[in-house]
Design a protein around this ligand. Sequence first.
Ligand code: NI
Length: 171
Amino acid sequence: MALLEIIKYPDDVLETPGEPVTEFDERLKKLIADMFETMSEARGVGLAAPQVNVSQRLFVMDCSGGSDPSRRVALINPVILSVEGEQTGDEGCLSFPGVFFAVTRSLRAVVQAQDTNGEMFEIDGMDLTARCMLHETDHCDGILFINHTTRLKREMVKRKMRKLARAGKWL
Ligand code: NI
């Protein structure tokens, strides 16, 4: 396994819709293993392929934050089947170091995806799991969490990120 570089905003790959995954091969399994390693090292609960400069529709998730290996899951070609309810809470993103703000999302989400063998499965998630699946599926479609806040807040975050990028200051 290898640690991958996490792409920070602004970068075109983060705002480009990923291509569907069509090859369920060893290269894909290696990418996913590396993404789990990278997410765990960065103490994230989710990481999408565009965030490691791979413009494809897949993400890894571990809403236990590394404490429960059974909750590590990779979702390939995710599709949101249904959502219900609403939750508002602080959200962050590994591509926006040090940036957290309140985002309103659905309380529950049912997502269909493929596993590393191409088999279809579904996850019916609440609370953090729903929030994470919605945030990461957005990444697969080139949509960022700053698109879920007010224009004013979005501009503030963009300014902060450009300033950090110029200073070369990442956490
Ligand atoms: Ni993110």
